[in-house]
Write a protein that binds this ligand. Structure first.
Ligand code: HAM
Length: 421
């Protein structure tokens, strides 16, 4: 026998018993975005590698270690997208969507990062992202946070904590960076190997370290909040006032810096303690400089993205497992019934657009077909054998409820099925 080929490590199939959970999540998101006036954008999965180097940053984990990068047959360096923001900005500039106008956009789809796979961390994962362009005032920051908050409510997710910080303007951050470097240099012997390297490349990311041995050092480090420029401080104060006014709870986390280079001013994350190490389920912030950095006209921008696998894992742990139900399973006994059954099934589908019905295929005895009907999860079996056929009716057998079986005339079947939905 030849060797079985399996899916790539960290990249998973979505199996039939789980797909309905994704579909209901997607339906909620679609409706929510329409409700806030956001439009969907779809970008390619593959982009020029340069796009991600220039946006996410050369010395970030994603670009340094996690991208799926390859040369195509023309010798062009391409990468599978590790996130959606860079592509969204690229598309916005390319199609003239950003200059001098407001855009409210969303996207969803697979992203690729070569990380060490574990629960909640995959090499192909899915994001749902929201991006708003052309508004530099913090009312849009508040709008995005309210969208996230409403989404958790509509999904029925509980126990999420919103963490909030501001990274200030580029200049304020550059000044703070030097203050932080000076402080960390004075305590260099306490830094782990990764942080010593980051001291040269990306010192702010050291604040994000989870190494318990460095906790005290980082707890005592100077905080960016104390070195903010006036504009960023005022904007942040307005944002927190809007959140207070709309009853959104948040925690200020001065060590929240994010792992991508394009952020400035507001940054935020929704976290949970219920998913172990991969507790960040949604994250984002302002990236006012990115459009210009990628060749467009200076355009304020802010957005967030959530990890769909993490959201659904959390939902599953918090809710009772919901089984997708099939309304009816059509059991067909004999050639003549199969033919009549086919017509009947098509007529039912024509008249009742939202019915979920499986018409048995492949023949077999009553016993084997009833077994399949039961396994399908259907609420009832509609049995069409020789007797039923000559009487122009089906026998209805309830599969999940203790109810007597009944017969229903073909002419009454649509009415009966509509009423039993
Ligand atoms: P990010 O923090 O890199 O931000 O990713 C956003 C979310 O994607 C994370 O909070 C997490 O839920 C999920 N995620 C990330 N990596 C993985 C993985 N390997 N496996 C499973 N889930 C994962 C961004 O990507 C930014 N583009 C967000 C943004 C949009 N900022 C502004 N606009």
């Amino acid at each position: 026998m030849s060797k079985i080929i399996k899916s790539i490590r960290g990249m998973h199939d979505l199996l039939p018993d789980d797909s309905h959970r994704w579909q209901s999540f997607e339906a909620i998101v679609r409706q929510l975005m329409a409700g806030y006036g956001y439009k969907e954008i779809r970008m390619p999965l593959v982009e020029s590698t340069d796009l991600f180097c220039r946006s996410i940053g050369e010395v970030t984990d994603i670009v340094e270690k996690e991208m799926y990068t390859f040369e195509d047959r023309n010798g062009d360096r391409l990468s599978l997208r590790p996130e959606g923001t860079a592509s969204c900005v690229r598309a916005g500039i390319q199609h003239g969507l950003l200059y001098n106008q407001v855009q409210r956009l969303w996207y969803s789809g697979p992203m690729f990062r070569h990380e060490r796979p574990q629960k909640g961390r995959y090499r192909q994962f899915h994001q749902f992202g929201v991006e708003a362009y052309g508004i530099d005032t913090p009312d849009i920051d508040a709008e995005l946070i309210l969208i996230g908050t409403r989404l958790w409510k509509q999904l029925g997710l509980k126990g999420l904590r919103l963490e909030l910080n501001t990274l200030g303007s580029n200049q304020a951050r550059a000044e703070y960076k030097q203050i932080l470097i000076d402080y960390l240099n004075q305590h260099k012997e306490l830094l782990d190997e990764d942080s010593v390297r980051r001291l040269e490349t990306n010192p702010l990311r050291i604040l994000d370290s989870k190494n318990p041995a460095m906790k005290e050092l980082l707890d005592n480090a100077p905080v960016l909040m104390d070195h903010l420029d006036d504009e960023s401080r005022q904007q942040f104060d307005k944002l927190t006032a809007s959140l207070d006014a709309t009853g959104v709870e948040y925690t200020l986390n001065p060590r929240l810096v994010r792992g991508l280079d394009y952020y400035c001013k507001t940054v935020f994350e929704w976290v949970t303690d219920e998913l172990g190490a991969q507790g960040t389920i949604c994250a984002g912030g302002r990236y006012d400089g990115l459009v210009e950095q990628l060749g467009g006209k200076a355009t304020p921008a802010i957005g967030f993205a959530l990890g769909v696998e993490r959201i659904l894992a959390l939902l599953e742990s918090q809710q009772e497992k919901q089984i997708e139900t099939i309304d009816a399973y059509l059991v067909l006994l004999g050639d003549a019934s199969e033919l009549r059954g086919l017509q009947l099934a098509e007529d039912i589908r024509e008249k009742i657009s939202d019915i979920t019905m499986i018409a048995h295929c492949g023949g077999g005895s009553m016993k084997s077909q009833m077994k399949k009907a039961d396994k399908s999860g259907a609420k009832m079996a509609l049995i069409l054998g020789e007797d039923e056929l000559s009487n122009e009716q089906v026998t209805v057998k309830y599969l999940r409820e203790k109810k007597e079986q009944i017969t229903v005339k073909f002419s009454d079947l649509n009415k009966f099925l509509t009423e039993s939905k």
